[in-house]
Design a protein around this ligand. Structure first.
Ligand SMILES: Cc1cc2nc3c(=O)[nH]c(=O)nc-3n(C[C@H](O)[C@H](O)[C@H](O)COP(=O)(O)OP(=O)(O)OC[C@H]3O[C@@H](n4cnc5c(N)ncnc54)[C@H](O)[C@@H]3O)c2cc1C
Length: 378
């Protein structure tokens, strides 16, 4: 598949490039614990919305542009090219919470929550994992009991990314403890400011409190916050994971190549290409990143036919994780002792250890490839 095949698409790209050249924030994204990070991301999101660049493939009735995933990909490519901030407290909202509401939410939920995301008002987080339920997500134990027209939630979640900056959470709760474990689960929109919600940031190896533990002590939300139906949350969660592992983080599949080009530039300028093993490793990851980009285009062409990408996206994601990890290690070898000066690439290398875990571990992805793509026996 080729992008930019039509005059319209070329013009769209030009327009995006011009807008970005005038609007990308001049200040770097703060890497701090305080409210500055949320404010920075909100301001950048608001600016994109006002410029008409938020929710390119979301419906206009919710504030989007109503274009296709192809235009969305062109926008991602231009964001990457302009070195614009992409990581954001809105990552969950755009990557999978919003898409889940689009696929499974009712009209009221869509028209209330989606425009708030696009306008940069309300970051979301994801409360799926628990201390005893990660890979085996269906073992989750956080309870929700129906009380009149409310749900009363008690339990705890862990590794909630950006939890401390979020207003809403996509939360999986057990509503029927007697049902088989994949039944009895409900997907709810959690108000992260509700009384009884206690959010405790966890500082990671790179010094940044990206993840949180979240405790729910009889926290109440309206029953109207249930997405789809009570006890049908496993099926909604599968929609969330399909978005997360499919088109959700397409920009990551496109940005790796830019990172490797930057590495190559740096290696050239600092005489590191004389080391044959560095040159060989750079050439290999560059080719792999190009393959990942082609696979991203493949995903877009699949999604264009109105289908959610299938289990093959798991293979793409697993391979991307491998390339990210190898490229981050290579960056450290190229930097040498300079890496000890806490360069951005040092931080990237430290956080790369979490890549094979976040969003489902590589082992689990391999199980999916073996069982669902290759049809191997269990
Ligand atoms: C950076 C980061 C961000 C995250 N953000 C979020 C978030 O926002 N929201 C959220 O809900 N969760 C989040 N998570 C949690 C993540 O989804 C889980 O850590 C992950 O699913 C693994 O679960 P676990 O940690 O309980 O490990 P476990 O499931 O206990 O796994 C331990 C080890 O056993 C292996 N293993 C387990 N079962 C099998 C099997 N059947 N076959 C083969 N090997 C197996 C695993 O691969 C792993 O190596 C995040 C994690 C990270 C690292």
């Amino acid at each position: 598949m080729e992008l930019d095949t039509s005059k319209e698409l070329k013009e769209f790209r030009e327009e995006a490039r011009t807008w970005l050249s005038e609007n990308v924030p001049s200040e770097a994204r703060p890497h701090t614990v305080g409210p500055e990070l949320r404010e920075y991301d909100q301001e950048w999101q608001r600016r994109q919305y006002e410029g008409g660049w938020a929710g390119i493939d979301w419906e206009p009735e919710y504030g989007g542009r109503g274009l296709s995933l192809v235009e969305q990909v062109v926008w991602y490519e231009e964001l990457v090219r302009a070195r614009a901030p992409r990581d954001s407290v809105f990552s969950v909202a755009f990557g999978h919470a919003g898409p889940t509401l689009i696929m499974r939410g009712n009209e009221e939920q869509k028209s209330f929550y989606l425009p708030k995301i696009l306008r940069g008002e309300t970051p979301w987080s994801q409360g799926f994992s628990e201390p005893g339920a990660g890979s085996d997500l269906a073992s989750l134990r956080t309870r929700a009991v129906v009380d009149g027209d409310e749900l009363v939630i008690s339990g705890s979640k862990i590794w909630t990314s950006y939890g401390q900056w979020s207003d809403y959470g996509e939360l999986l709760v057990r509503t029927d403890p007697d049902a088989p474990k994949h039944k009895g689960i409900t997907w709810v929109i959690m108000d992260m400011h509700a009384p009884g919600v206690d959010i405790r940031p966890i500082t990671s190896i790179d010094g940044f409190p990206h993840n949180c533990e979240v405790f729910y002590d009889e926290a109440r939300i309206p029953l109207a916050n249930v997405v789809d139906k009570v006890n049908n949350g496993w099926s909604v969660a599968m929609s969330t994971l399909a978005a997360e592992r499919g088109p959700g983080f397409l920009d990551h599949r496109l940005s790796e190549i830019v990172f490797i080009d930057e590495l190559t530039e740096y290696a050239k300028e600092h005489g590191k290409l004389a080391d044959q093993s560095i040159a060989d490793r750079l050439a290999t990851v560059r080719a792999e990143a190009a393959a990942i980009r082609s696979m991203a285009y493949y995903q877009v062409s699949t999604a264009r036919k109105g289908e959610m990408p299938g289990s093959e996206t798991t293979a793409i994601r697993s391979w991307l994780v491998g390339v990210q990890t190898r490229a981050a290690g290579l960056a450290l070898d190229i930097l040498g002792v300079e890496a000890l000066e806490w360069k951005p690439w040092t931080r990237q290398w430290l956080s790369s250890f979490s890549a094979p875990i976040a969003g489902g571990t590589t082992d689990i992805q391999r199980n999916i490839i073996g069982e669902r793509v290759l049809g191997l026996p269990r």
